[in-house]
Design a protein around this ligand. Structure first.
Ligand SMILES: Nc1ncnc2c1ncn2[C@@H]1O[C@H](COP(=O)(O)OP(=O)(O)O)[C@@H](O)[C@H]1O
Ligand code: SF4
Ligand SMILES: [Mg+2]
Length: 295
């Protein structure tokens, strides 16, 4: 199974890059690769211009604190037998913070920053609400001053009102600390609210990259159009092609040519044979569609 294929992307310092696509399209696999929790079969990764492949083991290890993550389900990402204090301080302990008092101060400061008082220090994850658990996960991710945070559906499991609070917190923290976010979501409204730039993924490939507002106002790829059509409340100023009801094929059985052709209302003969590459549509905009350039 090839979950992610020929994906090439940049994340710029301090930006919020969104990654959207239907469930199963490969978003988490890409996140795991960036987190180095999953190995890529082929490809290259650079951090601040340096190729990871050319780094020594020690250099790669030194990189770990720079890239932190928050997953969708804090229930499974927070150790249930650890108290909040231990959960948040663990990365500190593993990275040379030997002074217990200093760690305690740092943890208290971080918890305060994510909106949790000192009374949370000794609680266990099961004693917290979903939103509080996610705040703890954010505090832990922040504790080593990362340059990149990979947020994989961090609010998808939360109630709408709690979701808004956590999104606002993420926004404030970024303004304060300046790290970049890779924000993964299948919720386009949330992506529009938070992201500077959006990358759209379909069946393991990136099909469109665009600045957020341009993507929403003028999608270049038929799949992006279809996604936008699935949120009817959005204010859009151009008519859309009919949405397709059928589902994304399995990555075990990808169609030949453009992976989207069985669902694409604009497919032409060429789409069944040739895989479209991601190419520039205009400044800062990329699309993988044989017809995108003609627009
Ligand atoms: N460890 C694995 N073994 C086999 N298939 C996997 C594994 N992890 C993910 N997949 C498959 O890879 C595809 C992409 O999955 P994933 O990256 O989790 O997608 P998303 O996060 O976009 O929902 C899916 O078809 C999924 O079933
Ligand atoms: S390449 Fe063809 S099938 Fe694929 S999105 Fe473009 S028009 Fe549709
Ligand atoms: Mg996922």
């Amino acid at each position: 199974l090839r979950a992610v294929n020929e994906v090439s992307l940049d994340i710029f310092p301090g930006e919020t890059a969104g990654l959207v696509g239907e469930s199963g399209c490969g978003k988490s696999t890409l996140a795991y690769i960036i987190m180095r929790l999953e190995k890529m079969t082929r490809g290259e990764m650079f951090f601040e211009g340096r190729s990871l492949a050319e780094m020594s083991k020690a250099q790669r290890r030194a990189l770990r604190p720079m890239i932190q993550t928050v997953f969708q389900d804090p229930q499974s990402s927070l150790n249930p037998r650890f108290r909040v204090r231990q959960i948040v301080e663990e990365p500190l302990r593993l990275n040379g913070w030997t002074d217990a008092e200093k760690r305690r101060e740092r943890v208290l400061g971080l918890l305060a920053r994510v909106g949790l008082g000192p009374e949370f220090m000794d609680r266990f994850p099961h004693e917290l609400s979903g939103g509080q658990r996610q705040r703890v996960a954010v505090a832990r991710a922040l504790c080593l001053n990362p340059k990149l945070m990979v947020l994989d559906e961090p609010t998808s499991a939360l109630d709408v009102s709690v979701q808004a609070q956590v999104l606002n917190l993420l926004r404030e923290l970024q303004a304060e600390f300046g790290m970049a976010y890779l924000f993964i979501s299948h919720n386009l409204a949330v992506v529009r609210y938070l992201c500077d730039r959006v990358m759209v993924m379909y069946l393991g490939r990136l099909v469109e990259i665009a600045p957020t507002e341009e993507l929403f106002m003028r999608p270049a790829h038929p799949y992006t159009e279809m996604l936008l059509q699935s949120i009817p409340s959005l204010d859009r100023n151009r008519p859309l092609a009919a949405a397709s009801n059928d589902e994304m094929p399995s990555p075990l059985n990808t169609p030949p040519g453009c992976g989207f052709h069985p669902r694409c209302p604009r497919a032409v003969e060429r789409c069944r044979r040739e895989v479209p590459g991601l190419s520039a549509v205009s400044d800062g905009r990329w699309a993988a569609c044989h017809l995108a350039l003609r627009e």
